[in-house]
Write a protein that binds this ligand. Structure first.
Ligand code: PNS
Length: 165
């Protein structure tokens, strides 16, 4: 029987950016199945609801062989349930490393079968973050270079004026 290699790309995706999409696309080239997972974390102050973030992800990943899902509880348990053997994350700079490394080691302890793979962010997205996108959109700025074209207007409409109140 052929083994299907399943990976999870987890993240807040608040909202998804071109940097995230680049990592998801590259994960799709390595794994047979990629699950993009949005955690349900009521303690985190997100600008978009989990269902809004999932809807934006669905639009942004149209045409890719990915499943968009939400995760309640530990990612390590979710990975086991889904038969995933890897978590794929993007690393922008050394400043990302400490937190990501801590998460990778925690997940490895919780689920020893689960590997974390880091893909280095493509150079054109090194500077990009969801918070930067929100700030620019909040002031009514152009985010078309930062997020997938098909969701730029939705994000701008939803956030414009949010920093002007
Ligand atoms: O985009 P983010 O905020 O860096 O993503 C963080 C994420 C979703 C990967 C992390 O918060 C997570 O894995 N949450 C699920 C809960 C969990 O498993 N926590 C223990 C891992 S350290």
């Amino acid at each position: 029987m052929v083994k299907v290699r399943v990976a999870i790309c987890p993240g807040s995706f608040d909202p998804v950016t071109l940097g995230h999409l680049d990592i998801i696309q590259r994960a799709c080239k390595i794994f047979d199945k990629v699950i993009v997972a949005v955690p349900i974390n009521p303690s985190k102050n997100s600008s978009f609801t989990v269902s809004e973030r999932m809807e934006l992800l669905k639009l942004a990943t149209e045409g890719l062989n990915v499943e968009i899902d939400s995760v309640e509880g530990l990612l390590a348990d979710y990975a086991k349930k889904k038969g995933a053997t890897a978590i794929v994350k993007g690393l922008r700079a050394m400043s990302d490393f400490e937190y990501e490394f801590q998460m990778a080691l925690t997940n490895k302890k919780l689920n020893p079968e689960l590997e974390t793979m880091f893909l280095s962010t493509s150079s054109e997205f090194m500077f990009l973050s969801s918070s930067m996108v929100k700030q620019v959109a909040g002031f009514g700025g152009d985010i078309s270079h930062f997020v997938p074209e098909c969701i730029a207007d939705i994000i701008t409409e939803r956030l414009s004026g949010s920093y002007l109140k």
